[in-house]
Write a protein that binds this ligand. Structure first.
Ligand code: ADQ
Length: 492
């Protein structure tokens, strides 16, 4: 039957995302250093490679102007199953720094820009949007050059909202899915975007549209009904009899990668060293990209209030906060870095002693084995995002807690998508309420063994069953089903 035919004919998955999973640095001449980059999408899609023959298409995060350089980078990346899209510096500035990071990212995370920045952004919006469309066209051309009959194309994230439309223009038979990794905001927020209709229409050309949570999907459908006047149905959005399927596909991690890492000598040794260093104290952990959405200043203020209100805990508890700098050339992010450093300095100055520092703050990325060891050897994870599509750090932390007999507690923002999936297993907090957060810290540190184990069991079951592989599998299966149903409808 048709379903089987489509399943059999599908051989490859073309994953298209703004960034490739590797960052390239030119060494000398035609040699390239390729490093796996940190980030939620990368970590989730690592698991997908195990099920589908996958090609990754994306920008390598580097400008290459000469033909020889482009050819050698293309060759080096091919060995990793990656195909580069080359973007010139002006496009990167207007499309990536401009439209993606300064317009869509804050809007989708409900972050209001200061009035002056917003006005300045409004003035350059048309040229930024033109660059955004141009970049999406360049991505489409590379996808088209790689495409073979039967491939499935999976477009990712807010950088590539016009890509489904560009692809369908090049080949209307292409099977195209689009997944958003960030929240989709309330339609009341989304409709302030000047070119709001164009993006919605472009995305709606996809065969399947996916979000992390049911709420984000609902916001998207509302935006389509209110702004475009289309009909929202339980299945998706309908336009003159044509249905675009919209659904929730909560992402997960590859838990085995963490569980197996904990068995390696390298991680065990590191855990031993950390436990020796932490001895006699409770340790809380934060691991975030240094981004406005992660609520790092709020987390620090809650820890400060906790120390202030609980003198008996001073010197008995510490916070290890790892913050990977991203988008370092953007002014807002530089401001955030200074703010975080200032608060850390103040707390360490006030509550530190000659031999003890309450906050260990690192502005850098960690190697995988270091990250696993930290997850495994700490007592509480503080994930306090102001908004977060899902948040995989919370899942990774849970995956590493079976290691010793003192399973850690997860304090989790109710504004992270993960709150809707882990829910009862975590202590949920509103990160805007510093008092509530400091009370949650107290609760986490004092939690009985029985409750700790019970909550962990709930979380662990969820994390090990709702994996990245399952996520990818569900999305791609649904995409096939959607296409089969559409083809059957046209046959009838
Ligand atoms: P991110 O905003 O990047 O992802 P998150 O889901 O927490 O957020 O993933 C971060 C990833 O980076 C994790 O895999 C973590 O291990 C890694 N990482 C973070 N700090 C690190 C450090 N210092 N050293 C090494 N590795 C580090 C976006 C959305 C999320 C969504 C994901 C996936 O913003 O909401 O969950 O995509 O859809």
């Amino acid at each position: 039957n048709l379903n089987d035919k489509i399943h059999r004919s599908a051989q490859r998955l073309l994953v298209v995302a703004n960034r490739l999973p590797v960052s390239a640095t030119r060494l000398d001449g035609d040699k390239w250093d390729l490093q796996l980059s940190a980030g939620g999408l990368v970590s989730a899609l690592l698991g997908v490679k195990q099920i589908f023959e996958t090609r990754w298409i994306g920008w390598a995060g580097v400008s290459v102007h000469d033909e020889r350089g482009r050819a050698s980078l293309t060759e080096a990346l091919a060995l990793k199953g990656c195909v580069p899209v080359f973007l010139d510096d002006d496009t990167v500035d207007q499309y990536y720094n401009g439209y993606c990071n300064n317009v869509l990212w804050p809007l989708f995370h409900y972050i209001g820009l200061p009035q002056a920045d917003r006005l300045a952004a409004t003035r350059s919006l048309d040229s930024q949007y033109a660059a955004y469309q141009h970049a999406n066209k360049l991505f489409a051309q590379v996808v088209f050059s790689q495409y073979q009959e039967g491939d499935v194309v999976w477009c990712h994230d807010y950088h590539l909202m016009c890509l489904p439309q560009e692809l369908k223009t090049l080949n209307p038979r292409m099977k195209v899915g689009w997944f958003l990794h960030t929240p989709f905001p309330s339609s009341e927020i989304y409709r302030t975007l000047p070119l709001r209709s164009e993006l919605l229409k472009a995305v709606l050309t996809a065969d399947l549209i996916g979000f992390h949570t049911y709420d984000y999907a609902r916001h998207f459908v509302s935006a389509c009904t209110r702004i475009l006047g289309l009909e929202g149905t339980p299945e998706g959005v309908e336009d003159q009899g044509k249905l675009t399927r919209v659904a929730a596909f909560p992402i997960g991690i590859d838990p085995e990668r963490f569980i197996q890492a904990l068995e390696t000598e390298q991680v065990k040794l590191h855990v031993k060293e950390l436990l020796r260093f932490f001895a006699g104290r409770k340790v809380m952990l934060g691991v975030d990209r240094l981004d406005m959405i992660k609520g790092i200043p709020q987390k620090l203020l809650a820890f400060e209030m906790f120390l202030e209100k609980n003198p008996e805990w001073r010197e008995k508890v510490m916070l290890v906060q790892i913050a990977v700098p991203t988008r370092t050339d953007v002014h807002e992010y530089q401001r955030l870095t200074s703010q975080v450093h200032e608060i850390v300095g103040r707390i360490n100055g006030r509550y530190g002693t000659v031999t003890f520092v309450p906050i260990h703050h690192l502005d850098r990325s960690l190697a995988f084995h270091e990250l696993c060891a930290l997850y495994a050897s700490t007592d509480v994870a503080l994930v306090t995002s102001l908004r977060d599509g899902m948040n995989l750090v919370s899942y990774e932390y849970v995956a590493c807690q079976n290691f010793k007999n003192t399973e850690g507690v997860l304090v989790l923002s109710e504004f992270a998508g993960a709150a809707q999936s882990l829910g009862a297993g975590a202590i949920l907090v509103n990160p805007w309420n510093i008092r509530e957060m400091y009370i949650a810290i107290e609760e986490a540190l004092k939690m009985s063994d029985e409750e700790r184990k019970e909550r962990h069991r709930h979380n662990f079951t969820h994390v090990t069953t709702h994996t990245a592989q399952a996520w990818a599998h569900n999305f791609v299966s649904e995409l096939y089903d959607t296409i089969v149903e559409a083809e059957l409808r046209t046959l009838n």
